[in-house]
Design a binder for this molecule. Sequence first.
Ligand SMILES: C[C@@](CO)(OP(=O)(O)O)[C@H](O)COP(=O)(O)OP(=O)(O)OC[C@H]1O[C@@H](n2ccc(N)nc2=O)[C@H](O)[C@@H]1O
Ligand SMILES: Nc1ncnc2c1ncn2[C@@H]1O[C@H](COP(=O)(O)OP(=O)(O)O)[C@@H](O)[C@H]1O
Length: 288
Amino acid sequence: MARTLNNCPAPAKINLFLHVIGRRADGYHLLQTAFQLLDRGDTLHFSVRGDGTIRRTTEVAGVAEAEDLVVRAARLLQSATGTSLGADIGIDKILPMGGGLGGGSSDAATTLIALNHLWETGLDRRALMGLGVKLGADVPFFIFGTNAFAEGIGEELTALSTPKLWYIVIEPGIAAPTAAIFSDPELTRDTKAVRITDFPEATNQFGKNDLQVVATKLYPPIDEALQWLRQYGDARMTGSGACVFCAFSQENEADEALQAARKTGRSSWKAWKAQAIEHHPLSHLLGR
Ligand SMILES: C[C@@](CO)(OP(=O)(O)O)[C@H](O)COP(=O)(O)OP(=O)(O)OC[C@H]1O[C@@H](n2ccc(N)nc2=O)[C@H](O)[C@@H]1O
Ligand SMILES: Nc1ncnc2c1ncn2[C@@H]1O[C@H](COP(=O)(O)OP(=O)(O)O)[C@@H](O)[C@H]1O
């Protein structure tokens, strides 16, 4: 049995569009969104322990070990399967928290996939997605394996083909707490539902992000980053913010925008380039 899995990617996602179409009785919002995986993310390292202990071996600023989605994911898999094994888990964190890039959710999904493999607990993709939704609305997407159109609270997924574009992402230097955005009284919750056949392959040019109006009102740095990025095209916010992105079909155009973003002198900004990917990099560890 393999004892370690090092350098496991936990990719970022962006929401190409995000429509709020209603609200459930429990307060969770009904969404329609297109999830796009990027070739940038956190990196996790797993080592099996025979004593059943789950340990996070690296510090994550601002997140206590017991609260870390990685530790919670490992515990959830342990209790769902009854395995007596444990794990040491290291995280090289580069994705910002509260960025709308799904970093914590992706870390949790990578943990479920990697430990299910190392522990030989044999859960299939659907079963792992069912565990994932208990940790967060975005987690099932990262286990699903490909880009997706999502409905419900984000857990009803349909595979989506998207163009392999380049993206410039700006982290505006603030965190936007998801719950605060969703609970704002000015949030509109009545965008008309669409069908997957309604939007073109250039999904990045379809729809809008309904959370953007509230997020830019609460957090002006998001608006500032959007206004700057709009010189290159249809810039949008991802998820509940705070990161914003713009698509480029040519890598050299993305590079030019990246250099310009870094030259603005805004020390609070962090800008980077990523390419769209089609499959989750750990998808091969799960069958269809
Ligand atoms: C908005 C989205 C879009 O992809 O992403 P992020 O910006 O967080 O990455 C997701 O729906 C976020 O998913 P996730 O970050 O897993 O959220 P959760 O932990 O499940 O929920 C945090 C809080 O947001 C609110 N929430 C979340 C999802 C949803 N469909 N309706 C909600 O009202 C709830 O108040 C909940 O307590
Ligand atoms: N391993 C983790 N990485 C990031 N955030 C985590 C992690 N574990 C728990 N969290 C919590 O989840 C929150 C949301 O983080 P994250 O998923 O990265 O942002 P977003 O949902 O905006 O994309 C963080 O503010 C943090 O409190």
